[in-house]
Design a protein around this ligand. Structure first.
Ligand code: ATP
Ligand code: MG
Length: 139
């Protein structure tokens, strides 16, 4: 599986960092195969992060993810899931490695600029959450 689902989160779109983040990812060798800008409603955000429903930060996370536009993207690269997780860095930007997206542009552990799928199975499911097969384009 050479694809992953990325989302530029509302902190980054709101601060005008989307272009910088996409440019950074292209420079790291990720190819954009699909992309759009949308705003999640509460039901969609709760469904997308359903795995975290019991976590103490769930309501705050849903509120944050519905607070402004998001940019879901299908990114392609060899070993895309692991490569993208490496490129974005740890969930908490204070623990993220130098040069990673979250180190460079995240505001906090919640407002952390980007989402990345954590397994091939979840990548397939998350890609299907936002895109259909016809949305996937090759340059
Ligand atoms: P993502 O799934 O968004 O790529 P992740 O896999 O690095 O991030 P998860 O554990 O899946 O981290 O958490 C999902 C999201 O929930 C995080 O990206 C962050 O926005 C938020 N989050 C996670 N842990 C906390 C926390 N302790 N406090 C506040 N928000 C948190
Ligand atoms: Mg996660």
């Amino acid at each position: 599986m050479n694809q992953t689902l990325a989302i530029i989160k509302p902190d980054a779109t709101g601060a005008g960092r989307a272009g910088k983040i996409i440019a950074h990812l292209e420079e790291k060798g990720f190819k954009v195969r699909a992309m759009r800008m949308t705003r999640l409603d509460q039901r969609q955000a709760e469904a997308f992060y359903a795995v975290h429903r019991e976590r103490p930060f769930f309501d705050s996370l849903v509120s944050f993810m519905t607070s402004g536009p998001v940019i879901p993207m299908v990114l392609e690269k060899d070993g895309a899931v692991a490569a993208f997780r490496e490129a974005i860095g740890a969930t908490n930007p204070e623990e993220a490695a130098e040069g990673t997206v979250r180190k460079l542009w995240a505001e906090s552990i919640e407002r952390n600029a980007v989402h990345g799928s954590d397994s091939d199975e979840n990548a397939r499911q998350e890609i299907g959450f936002f895109f259909s097969d016809q949305d996937l384009l090759s340059i």
